[in-house]
Design a protein around this ligand. Structure first.
Ligand SMILES: Cc1cc2nc3c(=O)[nH]c(=O)nc-3n(C[C@H](O)[C@H](O)[C@H](O)COP(=O)(O)O)c2cc1C
Length: 214
């Protein structure tokens, strides 16, 4: 079957990204694009595709939500006993890809990964809605389960133990990861596939900036 959706040639718009636009700090540039993505109506602008390397070298990816970003890195929260958690235990490196297609932009971050400490994970856990805390407690992420009914029964039991308003403790296995960027690439789609790619590479005392061929 030839699906026309596979053969479109959208010509990307008039926006550009120049070395002189990006400044000297990729985190500041990222924050500015993230705000713009939110302002310009990108759905879930903080959603990013996290790529990891499994224990046996198999790559895998999935979407998670960026929950914090600063000079130290990019933070997301998950279940550390999940497939990604096991991959990160074996190979503490990741790529994060922000697919802002409607803006004709993407950002790719690569770096080493460390665990967010307990106090910071606790503080974020406390901001989660009650239902999300129950779900995070009930679900051993990425493990098989016999049925949805079983999962819902677990949540119902937890609801009795921790009614709305009760303090639901953060499970030991649940917490954050921080990706400390060593490379950050900003991609801006341009006309006729002559796109802009500006890449920052960390050096000891700052960042190198280069333009890559599209
Ligand atoms: C928009 C979106 C946001 C998501 N956010 C998270 C998140 O912040 N943390 C998380 O653990 N999973 C999140 N997920 C689910 C993951 O994509 C994935 O299914 C889950 O983390 C298990 O992945 P793993 O088996 O590779 O470890 C999100 C999925 C989508 C589509």
């Amino acid at each position: 079957m030839t699906d026309p959706a596979l053969h479109r040639h959208t010509d990307y718009g008039a926006e550009s990204l120049d070395e002189s636009d990006v400044g000297s700090d990729p985190i500041e540039q990222f924050e500015s694009w993230l705000l713009e993505a939110a302002d310009r109506g990108v759905y879930e602008p903080n959603a990013m595709v996290v790529g990891t390397i499994g224990e046996d070298g198999t790559p895998s990816s999935r979407t998670v939500l960026l929950r914090a970003v600063d000079a130290e890195g990019f933070v997301f929260y998950t279940d550390r006993s999940s497939r990604k958690g096991r991959a990160l235990a074996a190979h503490p490196v990741a790529t994060l890809l922000f697919p802002w297609y409607t803006l004709h932009r993407q950002v790719i971050v690569t770096g080493e990964v460390s665990r967010v400490d307990d106090a910071e994970s606790d503080a974020y856990w406390a901001t989660r809605p009650h239902g999300s805390r129950l779900a995070g407690t009930a679900s051993a992420q990425s493990q098989p389960i016999s049925s949805r009914t079983e999962l819902e029964a677990r949540v119902a039991a937890l609801e009795e133990q921790y009614p709305e308003g009760a303090d639901v403790p953060r499970p030991e296995r649940w917490g954050g990861y921080r990706v400390r960027p060593s490379r950050v690439e900003f991609w801006q789609g341009r006309s006729s596939r002559l796109h802009d790619r500006i890449v920052f590479t960390r050096r000891q005392d700052g960042w190198d900036v280069e333009r890559l061929q599209p």
